[in-house]
Structure formats: structure tokens, C-alpha cells
Design a binder for this molecule. Structure first.
Ligand code: NCD
Length: 307
């Protein structure tokens, strides 16, 4: 179903495809935990092109490829590739595409994923395109929600933080809508979810509420998805300074939230979740990061037809 396909954004997925990705990830998780030496992608090469900083996404993709028996070539910063010499993205991709079997890329420009995919014959996976989308993060988010909550629908989910530039919330919004969850968007006015996304989600039947009252939102939420204020996306540093630290999740706030609330964060966090929350049992963000490995194994194996 996904063989040869590009992964560009979460609006592209059907429920059947999502089921397939989730089930494949479950199976890889079991095989890894059983200590199996997995060879599904033996003989293949994966390109990991990261033109923007990354810890989890790059290292979990590289680990996923290694655990599948593939080999990896990496660009870990724009400065180390010919992008620094002024080469166009299209030309770089056309070149790498001739070396490998699948390309994973993160790039600072919104829309860059589609351009790259259009210039590659092999499957292409978007690992974050500027303030656009981050579909593989949203897939590991729903994998985590399924594990933590037992079901993917019927929840009230609060998204808080930088909803304007945050590509993770753009991607997850579409999946939460598809599964019939209610969403509450909490942000400073300047960082609201882009109107085009809210309108698109509503046209797909999503129930959405927008507010700046975090405490009230948490009192009715089953899940809160916290995001970092994205310093690097601001043109004006003064504006960033004004907005950072506006919404901080600490233990006192969680103690007043709906009982059993699950806390997710794509990480890295700066100070939007206090460390006193870390030992709360519903604090799932590090488990969430670990789940990324299995979901990315599933994606690599599915798009290359090596499941
Ligand atoms: C996110 C990203 O890069 O968009 N991180 C990640 O991939 N886990 C979120 C962020 O950088 O704030």
C-alpha cells in the first residue's frame, strides 16, 4: 500500500495506511525488544539529509535504518554540503537520488519536501520542512497515544505553545481530526494556528476551540501536546523574548488538570515543561521519543517494500 510512496504531510494518509504503519511499528518493536537481528533492508542505502538541527529525528532514523540492516549516508548540517556553495535543492536531491534507495530530509524551507520529492525517483520522507509539516513525528505521536491511552479516538486534546510555526502540531492536527478527537488550541495571539489549517481541519469535520486559558483547557483534556516556542523562526528576537515563557506546564498546574491527563512533547523542551513534571506518570514525552524508532523502522521498510 505504501511501497514507492513519498511521505510529505499527514493530510495524505487514509485510515488503512495509518493502520498498516501502526501495525508494522508494533511488529518491529517486538522484534527489536526480542533481540532479533533484523535484515529487512539488507543491501539498501538510506540518505539522511539534515539541513536543520536535529537530535531525535536524525538519530532515530539512522538507528532505524541500522536496525533494519541498511546502511546510511548523512548530511548533518547545511554547512557541510554543497548547499553552502549555492547548489539548488533540486540538484542536490537529483544527485543523492542516484546513490540511494530512499531519502529522508529535513530542511528550513516550508514546501521543500514537495520540491525534493518531485526531484527524486526513489521514495522520499519529509523529516520536517521549516514551519510546514513533520509527518513522521505525528505518526510517532499517534503510536504513543495508542499505547498510552489504548485508543486513538474520542479524546479531547489541547495543543499549547507555538502553533503558528510548530510543524509538529500542524501534522498532528490532521491525524487527530481524522480519528475524531476534539482539539483545543492554546497560544498567544501572535502564535495562533494558521487560519488556513484551522479552516481545513474544520472542513474535514474537526471540532476545534481556540483559547488563551490553559488552565481551563487542561481541566477538560485527556491529552496535552506541549510545544517549544520556535526561536529560530522569529525575524525579531524581541518578539520571541516577549512570548517565551507565557505558558509553562509545572506540577502544580498538572495537579489541577483532568485526572490521568497524558503529557506529550516532541522535544527538545526549553522551559515550557518544568522538570518537576517528569516523574508524573502521565508524562510520556521520553517514551514518545523512544517510540520514534519503531515508527521510523516501519516507514522505511514500507516505502521501500521491505516489510
Ligand atoms: C520538533 C521539530 O523539529 O519540529 N522536534 C522534533 O523533531 N522532535 C520540535 C521542535 O524543534 O521544537
Amino acid at each position: 500500500m505504501l511501497k514507492g510512496k513519498d511521505i510529505i504531510n499527514t493530510a495524505q494518509f487514509s485510515l488503512q495506511e495509518l493502520d498498516l504503519i501502526m501495525n508494522t511499528a508494533v511488529s518491529f518493536e517486538k522484534r527489536v525488544k526480542d533481540g532479533e537481528v533484523i535484515k529487512n533492508m539488507e543491501g539498501q542505502v538510506v540518505a539522511a539529509l539534515f539541513f536543520e538541527p536535529s537530535t531525535r529525528t536524525r538519530l532515530s532514523f539512522e538507528t532505524a535504518a541500522n536496525r533494519l540492516g541498511a546502511r546510511v549516508i548523512t548530511v548533518a548540517s547545511a554547512a557541510s554540503s554543497s548547499a553552502a556553495k549555492g547548489e539548488s535543492l533540486a540538484d542536490s536531491i537529483r544527485t543523492v537520488d542516484g546513490y540511494v534507495d530512499v531519502i529522508v530530509m529535513r530542511h528550513p524551507m516550508k514546501g521543500s519536501a514537495q520540491i525534493a520529492a518531485d526531484n527524486a525517483v526513489h521514495p522520499f520522507i519529509n523529516a520536517g520542512d521549516g514551519s510546514g509539516q513533520h509527518p513522521t513525528q505525528a505518526l510517532l505521536d499517534i503510536y504513543t497515544i495508542r499505547k498510552e491511552k489504548g485508543t486513538l479516538s474520542g479524546h479531547t486534546v489541547t495543543f499549547v505553545g507555538d502553533l503558528k510555526y510548530g510543524r509538529t502540531v500542524h501534522s498532528l492536527g490532521y491525524l487527530m481530526a481524522l480519528y475524531g478527537n476534539k482539539m483545543i488550541f492554546v497560544s498567544p495571539k501572535a502564535l495562533r494556528m494558521p487560519e488556513e489549517i484551522t479552516a481545513d481541519l474544520r472542513s474535514r469535520g474537526a471540532e476545534i476551540e481556540e483559547t488563551d486559558d490553559l488552565k481551563k483547557a487542561l481541566s477538560v483534556s485527556d491529552i496535552v501536546y506541549v510545544t517549544r516556542i520556535q526561536k529560530e523562526r522569529f525575524e525579531n528576537p524581541v518578539e520571541y523574548e516577549k512570548l517565551k515563557g507565557l505558558y509553562i506546564i509545572n506540577r502544580a498546574l498538572i495537579d489541577q488538570a483532568k485526572k490521568g491527563i497524558t503529557i506529550l512533547h516532541p522535544l527538545p523542551r526549553v522551559d515550557e515543561i518544568s522538570t518537576d513534571v517528569d516523574d508524573y506518570e502521565g508524562a510520556a514525552y521520553f517514551r514518545q521519543a523512544h517510540n520514534g524508532l519503531y515508527v521510523r523502522m516501519a516507514l522505511l521498510a514500507l516505502v521501500t517494500g521491505r516489510v
